[in-house]
Design a binder for this molecule. Structure first.
Ligand SMILES: Nc1ncnc2c1ncn2[C@@H]1O[C@H](COP(=O)(O)OP(=O)(O)OP(=O)(O)O)[C@@H](O)[C@H]1O
Length: 249
């Protein structure tokens, strides 16, 4: 079953035609990687999935993005959409507060005050983000005291805590060292059991390691998408073949 269906999606930033007639099914509880050279529209497509582009001036969008069959651009409740479709950014962006408060933030914003519920949710989210064992003895310490990789896992925990269905990740490991990257990649294997994940990555090795599906973009077009094995080992389009072979990038 598809979580999202993107149909005939065109996006302009002013005169820049950033996405051209995109059709992309995004299956449920799988990892879909968006790959392609810089400026090809990967992040733009990712941001259309939770309407983050709405925040940018001069954007026009045509076509539709269906989440479980309903066009997200027809529904005006963007806050509800973003609770269902969470996002993790390239650079970890913890709030200037404790580890605990970071994870509890979204729940408190929803008016949840019950300490038992908050404690349980914080613990579950930190466990799901494979961070609990490293921070359980210092939940009240500032989040900024964590390493970069831990901060990124904290941001993942903060996203998980509000129980989204989908997690969007925009180059989540590009600022991390190989060990921290490996931890997040390991974590993805657990996360895919519960969530639909869409990840933008510049690393083809990473896309190969962690994704079930891959979509290759080139100058605003979706050139090819399919099972990751097929896209990397038997690409149909010359441009995909050139990119995955490292001929350009
Ligand atoms: N806020 C914006 N305002 C105007 N143009 C933008 C904006 N964001 C992106 N663009 C343009 O849209 C096109 C696609 O950009 P996008 O960031 O989606 O590409 P990308 O594939 O994610 O690139 P990268 O890998 O470098 O992050 C580019 O031509 C870019 O310059």
């Amino acid at each position: 079953m598809n979580k999202f269906d993107v149909n005939q999606l065109d996006l302009h930033y002013g005169d820049t035609h950033a996405l051209k007639g995109i059709n992309l099914p995004i299956p449920e509880k799988k990892v879909t990687a968006l790959i392609g050279p810089s400026g090809c529209g990967k992040s733009t497509l990712l941001r259309t999935l939770n309407r983050m582009n709405d925040l940018i001036e001069n954007v026009t969008i045509k076509g539709d993005v269906k989440l479980e069959g309903k066009d997200i651009y027809q529904d005006r409740n963007v806050a509800a959409l973003r609770m269902k479709v969470g996002m993790v950014f390239q650079k970890a962006n913890p709030f200037p507060m404790s580890i605990y408060e970071n994870v509890a933030y979204g729940l408190k914003a929803q008016g949840i005050r019950n300490k038992k519920i908050l404690d349980e949710t914080v613990e579950t989210a930190l466990r799901s983000a494979a961070l609990w064992d490293e921070v359980s003895d210092r939940l009240n310490s500032p989040a900024f005291g964590l390493s970069g990789g831990q901060q990124q896992r904290l941001c993942i925990a903060r996203t998980i805590a509000i129980q989204p269905d989908v997690i969007l990740m925009d180059e989540p490991t590009s600022a991390l060292d190989p060990i921290a990257t490996h931890k997040i990649e390991e974590l993805m294997d657990e996360l895919r059991k519960k969530f639909t994940i869409v990840i933008v990555t510049h690393s083809m090795a990473q896309a190969k390691r962690i994704s079930d599906k891959t979509a290759f973009f080139w100058m605003g077009e979706l050139v090819e998408h399919g099972d990751t094995d097929q896209v990397f080992n038997a690409p149909v389009d010359e441009r995909t073949r050139g990119y995955v072979n490292g001929d350009f990038g």
